[in-house]
Design a protein around this ligand. Structure first.
Ligand SMILES: C[S@@+](CC[C@H](N)C(=O)[O-])C[C@H]1O[C@@H](n2cnc3c(N)ncnc32)[C@H](O)[C@@H]1O
Length: 162
């Protein structure tokens, strides 16, 4: 089931003020993309990566002015030429990924993010702030969105300093 608009809006609320490079991962039918698009001053600074070819073509039709890339988030640094990324908005289903996939994707986050960049990720797991710690990200903030089916938690992650 696509995310509720409320969840999409709470994720989009973390967009930087003014300009900034934004990457969305796992857009599906585009609920979160729509919320990001509506808040962007320069929509050409929004890049969307979606693995499914069907969803990617749907997104291309729905958002002709957005950079839609059909590909895997584990190839992010090759798929997205623009740098550095100010915010990654991730709708990826991490709970269904293997350790290897998570490691590969989070390495890509480290490689493209600006030093002060953030990752905004939603999860249906309402507890457990430390999931991303071993991949070099800590939870800077979180928010519950009850008006979603199922209720979700928006996590804002920052790269740990080593
Ligand atoms: C839970 S859905 C979220 C869809 C939409 N953003 C929403 O919130 O309703 C996850 C999406 O991530 C895509 N996806 C899954 N694994 C991916 C990967 N490794 N790289 C890019 N997209 C992926 C799926 O095709 C699916 O569209």
């Amino acid at each position: 089931m696509p995310s509720a608009q409320k969840l999409a809006q709470r994720m989009a609320a973390w967009l930087p003020q003014g300009e900034g490079l934004v990457v969305e991962l796992g857009a599906g039918t585009g609920v979160v993309t729509q919320a990001l698009w509506a808040r962007m001053n320069k929509v050409e600074q929004l890049w969307v990566v979606e693995r499914s070819t069907d969803f990617a073509s749907h997104l291309n039709m729905k958002f002709p002015d957005v950079n839609i890339v059909c590909g895997d988030a584990s190839d992010l640094s090759v798929l997205i030429p623009a740098r550095p990324v100010d915010i990654i908005v991730s709708c990826l289903p991490f709970r269904s990924f293997s350790e290897r996939e998570i490691l590969s994707i989070t390495r890509q986050w480290h490689s493209v993010l600006a030093p002060q960049g953030i990752v905004v990720q939603f999860t249906y797991a309402l507890n457990g702030a430390d999931k991303f710690l071993k991949y070099g990200f800590y939870e800077h903030a979180h928010e519950y969105v009850w008006r979603n089916i199922p209720p979700a938690r928006v996590q804002v992650l920052k790269a740990s300093r080593t």
